[in-house]
Design a protein around this ligand. Structure first.
Ligand code: ADP
Ligand code: ZN
Length: 765
């Protein structure tokens, strides 16, 4: 626990104003601070409130961690002995509930696990209201608590119930002769909720009628739901891995459990990959549940985020759906937590505190005594191994909801095709035929190429030099739409060069010779190129592209999916974005132009990711009654990720891959801590990495941790930072935490380098 910091104030205070003490964190500061306050001025100040306090000459928001406990008392005794006065919380500051006292344990757990101060965890997890000097808004809570009210309080409630909407404090005052204290008392009793600015209309739309399903649950769906439902009803912890093939109806199972939780007057939390948070998904939940759901994700504006957050906190909304950060959602009485597509890499935070929301979901469920369901068609090997060892209960949906027909797979071995046999550079005759047939039948196709742009890189025809990013050790991708070279790591962009920086050769075009061969050869392909090739081959088809260049916002994304649904698009070409969860009835063909993209990256999870991607994208085909076809083009037809995809054999893949991981000592058999040292000077990065490794050695010896490296990271330079990494492996996370704790306290002083500690890393580049 961090030492309490003594906040002193030279002006003496009247004795009666300091009858209470509070410990407060003030992110981003790491320490914990002691303040005094008066329980008559601030009767509602309690753990989990955020309140403005003085820090030096500034007014800053602080989160209350505890009040009037032995901890504050002993700190204050010490301060008194040393003749230091404790600073009071200003009388005009208004405490606003920000998190539940009951969630402190969860935050403390995270702080300990990632060896970070509690203040940073609260900073990460809890949004701040706008402390504007503008006025507050009030409205009735949906369910009025019982209890006696004063006449003035009753007047306010009557007025608010006549309005049934947010009403500003001044309007209330004009209409019912009230004071701020009366409003605060009503809020404390739970009769009204307040917001610090005119809130969005989250609650102002009236509740919708729950819609029932068109079909009953299938037998399989019932079989997996029953054991989970029992645990929801029993308010117990248990963790389930729901392995349901694509299209098996996992979402219906989640909804069933959420309804069960709501019937027990409990709340529910659903975490999905960011990209899945479309208006359609929210509609589907709201209409089936017959109530508003709160939404939490990273692209909300601060006031929207606060609004959804505080609706969950007050209980105004009982269901929260969100991306990674929603794992912190402030709901009481959790009845169930669902993590959909639990294998998805987006649950791991890539910067700052590198938490994994999927793993935290299990921790949170345990602390809240409720079940957690991890669902996927392609479970992560970590989760699957937990299911094998009995830590999670494994439940399986083997059949698609609408059809018992298996997908039909076909593999094209590109090694056997001569360039002149190909209708275009990337499209094989077979894929073209299938695309044509699908088009003729009035059905739709997905075409996956998991790389953006037109060419992966440009290469000088004279000296074979490859054009790289000046800031990163990667090649620049050629984007023809914008006629530019783009670094997919740092975003650097530049027009294509007119001369080679290595040999000085000039592009003939730049010298006015438009007929000549260009100097730079375009190597590799990308979605842009595949899009063009298909457009040339099938001029009558309506083709669209789905990747990060085509989709700048959730609206763009939704509109493309909407066009697919209304059949204004025949063929959708895209990156892994097209693999994510889409349930489009008329897609019957999935073509994978190059299965090998990503297969050869230096990451022990490469095969797992390839299997997941191929299986997920294949699962977009044939989701209704009609037969689905999947065509895979590859140069390594024997690769297990591909073979097991074609055999629809997750278990086979998992067994085989787990054997390999066990042999090599990788997760899930060992835990990893990755330390990355970055510095602008390569020698500095390298030497600091060596120093860290040396300092770590004694701990590694005593804790039985193996140390690999230091070595240059596979991507050696990013944004002008040279990167070296060290990998620590151990049989338990606890050992790695001990090591991390020690290293953090020792190497904090290295000022000319960035040191990143990544416990349970997902990214090895
Ligand atoms: P998954 O997430 O497992 O890939 P979905 O939950 O998207 O699958 O379900 C696939 C399709 O089947 C969806 O269109 C869904 O609405 C439908 N479906 C699944 N179960 C039911 C059910 N019990 N009643 C009606 N439709 C269902
Ligand atoms: Zn770059």
């Amino acid at each position: 626990m961090t030492q309490l910091t003594l906040i002193t104030d030279s002006s003496p205070l009247p004795a009666e104003t300091t009858d209470s003490l509070a410990t407060v964190v003030i992110p981003p500061l790491e320490g914990e601070y002691l303040y005094s306050f008066s329980s008559t001025v601030h009767p509602e100040l309690s753990v989990g409130c955020v309140i403005e306090v003085q820090l030096g000459r500034r007014t800053v928001p602080g989160f209350v961690l505890s009040t009037n406990s032995p901890r504050e008392r002993s700190a204050s005794v010490e301060m008194t002995q040393r003749g230091i006065k404790i600073k009071p919380i200003p009388a005009h500051s208004r405490p606003i509930p920000a998190f539940l006292e009951g969630h402190l344990g969860f935050f403390e757990w995270i702080a300990k696990y990632y060896a970070e101060p509690l203040s940073k965890i609260i900073d990460l997890a809890v949004p701040r209201p706008a402390f504007s000097k503008k006025e507050s808004f009030f409205r009735l809570t949906p369910e009025l608590p019982q209890g006696r009210l004063g006449a003035a309080q009753q007047r306010v409630l009557d007025f608010l119930s006549s309005r049934n909407d947010w009403v500003s404090a001044s309007e209330i005052r004009q209409n019912c002769d009230t004071t701020p204290a009366i409003l605060r008392a009503l809020e404390k009793k739970g009769c009204v909720i307040s917001a610090s600015e005119a809130p969005s209309t989250l609650l102002t739309t009236s509740p919708v009628q729950p819609q029932s399903r068109f079909h009953d649950l299938s037998q399989e769906q019932q079989d997996v739901t029953t054991p989970m439902r029992t645990v929801v009803a029993g308010h117990q912890f248990n963790s389930f891995l729901l392995h349901g093939v694509t299209g098996s109806g996992k979402t219906e199972v989640y909804l069933e459990l959420i309804i069960e939780a709501l019937q027990h007057n409990r709340s529910a939390l659903v975490i999905v990959p960011e990209i899945a948070l479309t208006p359609q998904l929210l509609d589907r939940f709201e209409s089936r549940l017959g109530q508003k759901v709160a939404v939490l994700h990273s692209s909300l504006k601060p006031h929207e985020r606060w609004q959804h957050w505080s609706d969950a906190l007050t209980g105004a909304t009982k269901v929260v759906i969100g991306a990674r950060s929603a794992i912190f959602a402030p709901m009481k009485d959790l009845g169930v937590i669902v993590v959909d597509e639990e294998h998805d890499g987006s649950f791991k935070q890539g910067e700052g505190i590198r938490y994994n929301a999927r793993d935290l979901a299990v921790v949170r469920a345990k602390l809240a005594s409720c079940p957690v369901v991890l669902g996927s068609a392609t479970p992560s090997l970590e989760s699957f191994n937990h299911a094998r060892s009995g830590k999670h209960m494994l439940l399986t949906l083997n059949q698609r909801f609408y059809t018992s027909r298996a997908l039909s797979f076909d593999v094209v071995d590109l090694n056997r095709l001569k360039p002149w046999e190909m209708p275009s550079k990337s499209i094989s005759p077979k894929l073209l035929t299938l695309l044509k047939d699908t088009l003729d039948k009035g059905e739709q196709s997905f075409v996956l190429y998991n790389r953006r742009g037109f060419a992966s890189y440009l290469q000088c025809g004279t000296c074979e030099n490859v054009v790289g990013c000046p800031h990163c050790s990667v090649t620049l991708t050629f984007h023809r739409n914008t006629n530019s070279l783009l670094c997919h790591f740092c975003g650097f962009t530049t027009p294509p060069p007119i001369a080679c920086s290595a040999c000085g050769a000039k592009d003939p075009k730049a010298c006015g010779n438009a007929e000549a061969e260009p100097l730079f050869k375009q190597r590799g392909a990308g979605t842009e190129r595949v899009f063009e090739e298909i457009s040339d081959l099938l001029p009558r088809a309506r083709i669209a592209k789905l990747d990060r260049d085509a989709v700048r916002s959730i609206d763009d994304y939704t509109s493309i999916l909407q066009k697919m649904r209304s059949k204004e698009i025949d063929i959708l070409v895209g990156t892994q974005m097209i693999a994510k969860g889409h349930d489009l009835p008329d897609v019957t063909l999935v073509g994978i132009v190059d299965c090998d993209v990503g297969l050869h990256v230096p990451d022990f999870r490469a095969a797992e990711r390839a299997f997941q991607l191929l299986t997920q994208v294949a699962g977009r085909a044939g989701r209704r009654e009609r037969q689905g076809y999947v065509l895979l083009q590859t140069r390594v037809p024997q690769h297990p990720s591909l073979q097991m995809t074609v055999a629809s054999n997750f278990l086979g893949f998992a067994e085989q891959e787990l054997k390999m991981r066990e042999m090599l000592g990788y997760p899930p058999f060992q835990r990893l801590l990755r330390v990355i040292v970055g510095a602008e000077d390569k020698a500095v990065a390298s030497s600091i990495a060596s120093i860290i490794a040396q300092r770590a050695q004694p701990s590694c010896d005593s804790l039985e941790i193996s140390l690999l490296g230091p070595a240059p990271a596979p991507v050696e330079k990013v944004r002008n930072y040279w990167r070296f990494h060290i990998l620590f492996k151990a049989h338990s996370a606890a050992k790695l935490q001990t090591l991390m704790q020690r290293l953090k306290s020792e190497v904090a002083a290295e000022r000319n380098a960035r040191i990143i500690f990544d416990l349970d890393p997902q990214d090895m580049l």
